[in-house]
Design a protein around this ligand. Structure first.
Ligand code: SF4
Length: 486
């Protein structure tokens, strides 16, 4: 406890001195890309928010790496990267995992990653694949443009860079489409040993807690500071392990809602924990937060430290924009296929925009407030255009509504079904379309939303069939009763 107090007090004293002189050095080893931010904001961050003591940085690195060596999870991309002697193949193995892990949980990614690497073990193999194959394998993982961009970048490496992956974070970001600052840092540090930091959601949470950063963590100013900090902290001899350790700590110990501070290997360095234990940020009385008036990294004065939240006061984010609400009508159009099993009409979405190139049931956006009758007419007209035969609005069977939330759209699908008699010739001149069996549907590049739509239709079919059986039984009972009467 006394060490924590002393550290906090030291931090504050340094902070006060620096804020007065306005000329203190930035965080240890500040990263190059933070330079533009420093030009805009000449005052250095107050010391409470810095790692200003090289000895402390060394100790933190050592503790974090020792913990990672003991506790790291066995993950397929780690095993591949560790065993792969070829730098380009290693970079590819890391790259695929980093792209898949953006916005997606580790547990979900593992199976996709294994199938991907089995199918396309090298950049060359991926470059030779079709986008349709990529979308098929990516189906269900969400954020579909990730797979498409990964393949585009692989093609560029093969066709323009002679199969050689750029070796530094800067070059990776500059030369490869779809590779942002985070992915570039991860590939460069893990595959090539470049001492460069990474900042993702887990790192943001850990660093904000370690240094009591309570300003909006999605603001460019705070993100710039965090990059400086990550670049300063990264271990020079084991940068890839250090970055993975920091992310692993955020994913498994310093979790968003219930951090396990008692098990945390860097708790000695954590100022949020110190603040929680002491009930105050520092030992200096009557000083709020870091002691610097209008500090750009402290929580806003309108939302001060809430002692009931403890360390989860950090990080803070501006309220998320609500996804916009949209309604789309979609119709599960069926015909009887071979052996009487249903086949479904699927059409392909345009090659750009949301869910680009994926297959879906014929769908059309609905204007807000459109009446049910008009809705049906619009769907019937739309189906007629696909099938080339008249479709009566009243022949559509309403299935229900299916909601799917994309990152920025709250989509409600108004689902209809229609079973056609006989064969329907599809017009090859219109956008790509095809009939698929249920098995083919699940192997196709379809979104999770469309899988939900088909589930709703299958549920309806089961209900219809049990209802029909129930009616038959009732009729049978009545007839039986009639037959037995005198
Ligand atoms: Fe996170 Fe707690 Fe560790 Fe601080 S001590 S880094 S809040 S888990």
């Amino acid at each position: 406890m006394s060490r924590l107090r002393a550290a906090a007090a030291r931090g504050l004293r340094r902070g006060s001195r620096r804020s007065r002189s306005g000329s203190a050095a930035p965080a240890v080893g500040g990263g190059g890309r933070g330079a533009s931010f420093r030009r805009e904001a000449p005052a250095p961050p107050p010391a409470l928010h810095l790692f200003g003591d090289p000895a402390e940085v060394e100790a933190l690195r050592g503790r974090l790496l020792a913990w990672y060596d003991r506790k790291r999870r066995d993950l397929p991309w780690r095993a591949l990267a560790a065993a792969e002697p070829d730098a380009d193949r290693r970079a590819y193995a890391v790259w695929v995992s980093e792209v898949m892990l953006q916005q997606t949980q580790v547990a979900t990614v593992i199976d996709y990653y294994n199938r991907w690497m089995q199918k396309w073990p090298t950049l060359q193999a991926l470059a030779a694949a079709s986008l349709e194959e990529v979308n098929e394998l990516w189906a269900g993982l969400g954020y579909y443009s990730r797979g498409k961009r990964l393949q585009e970048a692989a093609r560029k490496v093969v066709s323009q860079l002679a199969g050689r992956v750029p070796r530094t974070a800067e070059d990776l970001q500059k030369q490869l489409p779809g590779v942002g600052r985070y992915t570039a840092g991860a590939i460069a540090s893990i595959s090539f040993g470049q001492a460069t930091g990474v900042v993702d959601g887990n790192v943001i949470r850990v660093l904000c807690r370690l240094r009591c950063i309570g300003a909006d963590s999605s603001s460019p100013a705070v993100i710039g500071r965090l990059w400086d900090m990550a670049n300063a902290l990264v271990d020079r001899s084991r940068p890839g392990d250090f970055n993975q350790a920091l992310m692993e700590l955020g994913a498994t110990v310093c979790t968003p809602k219930a951090p396990l501070c008692g098990e945390c290997p860097v708790r000695q360095h954590c100022r949020a924990r110190c603040r929680k234990l002491l009930g105050k940020p520092t030992l200096v009385p009557d000083v709020e937060d870091c002691g610097v008036r209008d500090c750009p990294l402290c929580p806003p004065t309108t939302e001060p430290w809430d002692s009931s939240l403890g360390v989860t006061n950090f990080p803070r984010k501006a309220a998320k924009k609500q996804p916009r609400a949209e309604r789309t009508a979609t119709c599960v159009l069926e015909r009887r296929g071979r052996l009487g099993a249903p086949e479904y009409l699927m059409v392909q979405r345009p090659s750009t925009g949301l869910l680009a190139g994926l297959w879906e049931f014929p769908s059309l956006p609905l204007a807000p407030g459109l009446q049910e009758e008009k809705q049906r007419e619009a769907v019937a007209d739309h189906l007629q255009a696909w099938t080339g035969q008249p479709v009566g609005a009243q022949s559509l069977c309403f299935v229900g509504e299916v909601v799917h939330v994309f990152s920025h759209i709250h989509q409600t699908y108004v689902v209809y079904s229609l079973t056609l008699d006989g064969d329907v010739a599809l017009d090859p001149a219109s956008s790509p379309s095809r009939w698929v069996t249920e098995e083919e549907f699940h192997a196709s590049a379809v979104s999770t939303a469309m899988k939900k739509v088909l589930k709703a239709r299958e549920r309806q079919r089961r209900e219809q069939s049990s209802h029909a059986q129930g009616s038959k039984r009732k009729r049978g009972t009545k007839l039986g009763a009639a037959g037995s009467s005198p």
